[in-house]
Design a protein around this ligand. Structure first.
Ligand code: AGP
Length: 603
């Protein structure tokens, strides 16, 4: 989704802006642009497509001495991905970049047009710069004009504005979309819509809150909220830029699949003791008054939540329901205060999940975030957070985030079971042993990867894929299908295996590829008969199982694990690599698949 960067200082501005945008590339975008202001001269460049197009356009340009600049990667919402619609948007003497959606832009645009303003783009963003210039002409004070502009906007925004009327400042505002401002030891100022853009540059940062606005110059940061000055609460920016690189792998997604062993060790670190699960993040009265759980999330995070809803009911014996956040928002849901509302999100910025969380909070529910990004909007809003500790995930197709979400909630399930006395000490101990083995389970062996790579060439055509599984392996089937369709653009569905005969089996023929998840520890005989039914209709079967299965056209043998979750994690890796290798053979952009964004901050 859209990304924002900004800089004030003496270093070469274009390079700093483009470097920052490159760190945000993984979020997905379809055009990019920058504007640089030196004294009273503004230079702006825009290009559709990848950042390299912008770099080519700016190759003969470099700033000299003190100046400031703003940059943006745009993922089209209002208006096509064209150069005119790309940010920064200009007025007569100012430029703006914006993430989010201005909900009242149409009425504002009409008013401005009636006053003679000409609009160049189809975006909602352009109203911001024209409003600012109109108010500046009325008030003759850039800050007052900016403040009034912000007060006029409705909707979600993170905004940076530069103007020849005040050429040594960047004006900023944040409401509903993330924005961070920071500085380095020299006092140079940096902005980013995510701290990934600022790693290695800013040393301390402020995570702006909704309703914050202000301006920065070399004299420092002036922060306001509700027309009053606000104290700066700076935090050190820690993080390692190198860890965000590919480390020799072909794609970030591949690197992230291979990293799962390491990050899962981080996820369990300090939380899995010899005989118990411990979460320092949860206080002892955490469960007071809680009778059931509602999980809410989107996409992959929904799939991990669905898997763990089986665990919560089975292990902790707590009634659990799950909803897709975009549906939950508008169904006029009934909520009661004895429900723990759990939102799951890799990015912590997904608009639908964030709004669902706000609804639950407004209804007085206790809320918990399972999230990968500390200080994200979802984390800041939730009463409790369990961080998944996956590290920066750059591949748009989520892999290690899913793995760590499932692990975090498996531990949460056992934590609740301890508290509710629904499992014996021996049973908890057996789960702990299984958890400790998972980082080994997910290590990718060379011969497994090689086998999947070879098999993948047989699955590049056909009229679709069914990933099927039962119980915990149904959500894993959903996730396997989502991964494949995201990066291969082939049609894939996840189904509960027992549901095939209620309709989908009508599609079965030799060009229908069935990926059958056949663990030995959960309903093996049941899934076996479901796969036999498909095989009888000539569907092409790729079976993934520790038990030989004669009717399979292709077979990936898994280990004879004694715990269903070990089988779950092993099969998860296989489906991830299968999607990766099919996508590679089809020549697709694995890390930045078409039409998708990493962080979906609009509904
Ligand atoms: C995963 O591969 C997806 N690209 C997508 O479904 C994602 O999981 C979804 O948009 C939710 O994102 P979040 O976890 O950051 O909230």
């Amino acid at each position: 989704m859209c990304g924002i960067v900004g800089y004030i200082g003496k270093d070469e501005i274009k390079n700093i802006l483009v470097d920052g945008l490159r760190e945000l590339e993984y979020r997905g975008y379809d055009s990019a642009g920058i504007a640089v202001l030196e004294k009273d001269n503004i230079q702006s460049f825009k290009a559709i497509g990848k950042l390299k197009n912008l770099e080519e356009k700016t190759s003969n340009y470099a700033s000299k001495g003190f100046g400031l600049g703003i940059g943006h990667t745009r993922w089209a919402t209002h208006g096509k991905p064209t150069e005119l619609n790309a940010h920064p948007h200009l007025g007569e003497f100012s430029y703006v970049v914006h993430n989010g959606i201005i909900e009242n832009y149409q009425e504002l645009k009409k008013e401005l047009q009636a006053e003679g303003v000409t609009f160049l783009s189809q975006t909602d963003t352009e109203v911001i710069v024209h409003l600012f210039e109109k108010f500046y002409k009325e008030l003759n004070d850039p800050f007052a004009a900016f403040e009034k502009t912000v007060e006029t906007l409705e909707g979600a925004y993170a905004v940076l504005l530069i103007t020849k009327a005040d050429p040594e400042k960047i004006y900023f505002a944040k409401n509903g979309s993330p924005m961070i401002v920071g500085n380095d030891a020299k006092g140079d100022i940096y902005f980013g819509s995510s701290d990934a853009a600022m790693l290695g540059k800013a040393t301390e940062v402020i995570y702006l809150a909704d309703g914050d606005y202000g301006y920065t110059s070399m004299e420092g940061i002036s922060l306001y909220h509700d027309r009053k000055t606000k104290a700066l609460s700076k935090r050190p920016l820690v993080g390692d830029k190198v860890s965000a690189q590919k480390n020799g792998f072909r794609f970030f997604m591949e690197k992230e699949i291979y990293e799962q062993s390491e990050v899962l060790s981080d996820t369990i670190m300090g939380r899995v003791l010899d005989n118990e699960i411990k979460f320092d993040e949860l206080d002892t009265n955490f469960f007071d008054g809680i009778n059931d759980i509602k999980i809410c999330a989107c996409g992959t995070s929904y799939n991990s939540g669905l898997a763990c809803s089986y665990l919560f009911e089975r292990q902790a014996k707590i009634k659990t329901s799950i909803e897709i956040a975009s549906e939950f928002r508008y169904k006029e849901p009934l909520m009661s205060k004895d429900t723990l509302f759990v939102v799951i999100s890799q990015s912590g910025e997904t608009a639908d999940t964030l709004e669902a969380l706000k609804m639950a909070k407004a209804a007085g529910l206790k809320t918990m975030a399972i999230c990968n990004v500390d200080n994200s909007s979802i984390v800041r809003l939730s009463d409790y957070t369990l961080l998944t500790r996956a590290g920066i995930e750059k591949g748009v197709a989520s892999t290690k985030a899913f793995a760590t979400q499932v692990m975090t909630m498996w531990m949460l399930s056992l934590y609740m079971a301890q508290h509710r006395n629904t499992m014996s000490q021996e049973e908890i101990k057996a789960e702990i042993d299984a958890i400790r083995h998972i980082p080994t389970t997910v290590m990718v062996e060379d011969n497994l990867h090689e086998k999947i790579k070879r098999l993948s060439k047989r699955y590049l055509h056909g009229h679709g894929f069914f990933f099927i599984g039962r119980d915990l392996f149904f959500p894993l089937a959903l996730e396997g299908a989502l991964k494949l369709k995201e990066i291969s653009y082939l049609h894939a569905e996840g189904y509960p295996a027992g549901e095939m005969k209620h309709g989908p089996i009508a599609l079965a023929d030799s060009e229908l590829f069935t990926i059958a998840l056949m663990p030995k520890n959960i309903h093996y005989d049941k899934i076996k008969s479901n796969v036999e039914e498909l095989s009888a209709r000539d569907a092409t079967i790729l079976a993934i199982s520790p038990l030989e299965f004669d009717l399979a056209d292709d077979f990936i043998k898994t280990k004879h694990a004694e715990h269903p979750m070990s089988e779950f994690f092993e099969m998860m890796v296989i489906t991830q690599i299968l999607a990766l290798e099919i996508s590679v053979r089809l020549g697709n952009d694995v890390d930045m698949p078409r039409n998708l964004a990493k962080s979906v901050t609009v509904e």
